[in-house]
Design a protein around this ligand. Structure first.
Ligand code: HEC
Length: 245
């Protein structure tokens, strides 16, 4: 009983601490059917993310097919290495070199929208803030002590964090971020930057399941087929059994 109570107490404390420390997530509100948004997102992805992160479950020509680019467009817009349009979206950076630079290997982003969720990524990419104690001079409100630099700083500018100091049950001081405030403007306004990140997240979501659109379209036909099939089978059953009863 004692152990049980202790475990319960620990769970309560840890969830309370979690609740204090978690920075709020903003809604990504993406529109997976918006091809223009996906196209803008794909362009942002290859220009700002693809030097460090691979997307090795995707092929370039899959983007071409789904977002309406021909081979020449794919080559000029998306391929900066010697890759062929049928190749997987792998990067040239060797993992051991990446590890030396960042301390960790930047993870493949093919299915990150499924592991993290779109709201988390949307908030993450907009929540870098100045922190001179970190190797890249920035930290992140939803990913504490992140090893990724603020690669979109030119677009967003630089934010500073405002903290609340809380004392937890054990008397330990905790600094909790309450607000991020733009201190150096970037090329885009707040609204424009949010829209750009929304496009990027839309694209990451699409990469997580490129076949989703087709699956949903196909699903309707499968259900219709099953309904018709059921009707036929039911009529057939009535026909077979009518002499028995
Ligand atoms: C200069 C290299 C670099 C670039 C460019 C870069 N990242 Fe990262 N990214 C990293 C590293 C390193 C990590 C791992 C961070 C850690 O574990 O502390 C990371 C982590 C992430 C994560 C968290 C993954 C997870 O589930 O833990 C996401 C999401 C992400 N990056 C998205 C992006 C997006 C989107 C872009 C383009 C706007 C981008 N990154 C550009 C280096 C980079």
């Amino acid at each position: 009983m004692k152990t049980y109570l202790l475990i319960m107490a620990m769970l309560l404390v840890s969830s309370a601490v979690g609740a204090i420390e978690n920075y709020r997530l903003d809604k990504a509100s993406i529109d997976p059917a918006d091809t223009e948004s996906l196209r803008r997102g794909a362009t942002l992805f290859v220009n700002y993310c693809f030097n460090c992160h691979s997307a090795a479950l995707m092929r370039y020509n899959r983007i071409g097919k789904d977002l309406g680019y021909d081979e020449a467009q794919l080559e000029s817009l998306f391929i900066f290495t010697g890759a062929k349009v049928g190749d997987l979206m792998e990067i040239a950076m060797p993992p051991d070199e990446a590890k030396r630079w960042f301390g960790v290997v930047p993870p493949d982003l093919s299915v990150v929208s499924r592991s993290r969720g779109v709201d988390w990524i949307y908030t993450y990419l907009r929540s870098f803030y100045k922190d001179d104690s970190r190797p890249w001079g920035v930290n992140n409100a939803v990913f504490k002590d992140v090893a990724m630099p603020h690669v979109l700083w030119e677009l967003q500018g630089l934010q500073a964090a405002q903290f609340n100091v809380l004392i937890d049950e054990e008397g330990v001081e905790r600094r909790v971020i309450t607000e991020l405030e733009l201190v150096e403007p970037g090329k885009l306004s707040n609204e424009q930057f949010d829209a750009a990140v929304r496009d990027l997240v839309n694209y990451l979501h699409y990469m997580g399941e490129p076949a989703k659109k087709i699956r949903l379209q196909l699903g309707k036909w499968v259900l219709l087929y099953l309904a018709l099939f059921f009707a036929v089978v039911w009529l057939l059953k009535k026909e077979y059994w009518k002499d028995v009863h």
